[in-house]
Design a protein around this ligand. Structure first.
Ligand SMILES: Nc1ncnc2c1ncn2[C@@H]1O[C@H](COP(=O)(O)OP(=O)(O)OP(=O)(O)O)[C@@H](O)[C@H]1O
Ligand SMILES: [Mg+2]
Length: 141
């Protein structure tokens, strides 16, 4: 699926499509260069999921945990500052990544082999005119 958005407000359709997929495949990896709009899209996804907490990129911790209105957790990863993929194990992230709850991961490249193979891949691209192109692929066999 391909979506495009000229403003964050235009991300609703892509966010709703993602939420529908997350229902069957709870892990999603968000690829895209710095500033491509990963956090912004995750904010919209969390809005659709009715997350009550403020959503922002995990800065000190690698993982932020939010709660949905119905009490379900949502885990937001930002792996950018990770120096080695093994750090994910060290902080016990496996419990979240393979636990069946929703996990939204920025900079998955930092630990490609340590995150579930079965996941949704989201590619964000900033086009020259400022439009964000969003491609969503489900790698579940
Ligand atoms: N669809 C969009 N349309 C217009 N502006 C956007 C869109 N998505 C994000 N932006 C803007 O781009 C800037 C960077 O967005 P964001 O922080 O989401 O990027 P990121 O991919 O998470 O970056 P990083 O790799 O640093 O985490 C923000 O100022 C944001 O408002
Ligand atoms: Mg970000």
């Amino acid at each position: 699926m391909i979506f495009s958005a000229k403003t964050p407000e235009e991300l609703g359709e892509a966010a709703r499509a993602l939420v529908a997929l997350l229902d069957v495949q709870p892990v999603a990896a968000f690829y895209g260069e710095m500033g491509a709009g990963k956090t912004t899209l995750i904010k919209q996804v969390c809005r659709e999921l009715k997350v009550l907490d403020p959503v922002s990129s995990p800065s000190f911790a690698i993982i932020n945990e939010y709660r949905c209105e119905d009490g379900r957790p949502v885990y937001h990863f930002d792996l950018y500052r990770m120096k080695k993929p093994e750090e994910l194990f060290d902080i016990g992230a496996d419990e979240y990544l393979y636990g069946g709850d929703i996990c939204l991961i920025e900079w998955p490249e930092k630990a490609e082999d340590h995150i579930p193979f079965e996941r949704i891949n989201v590619n964000l691209q900033l086009l020259p005119d400022g439009t964000r192109e969003i491609r969503i692929n489900n790698t579940t066999p």
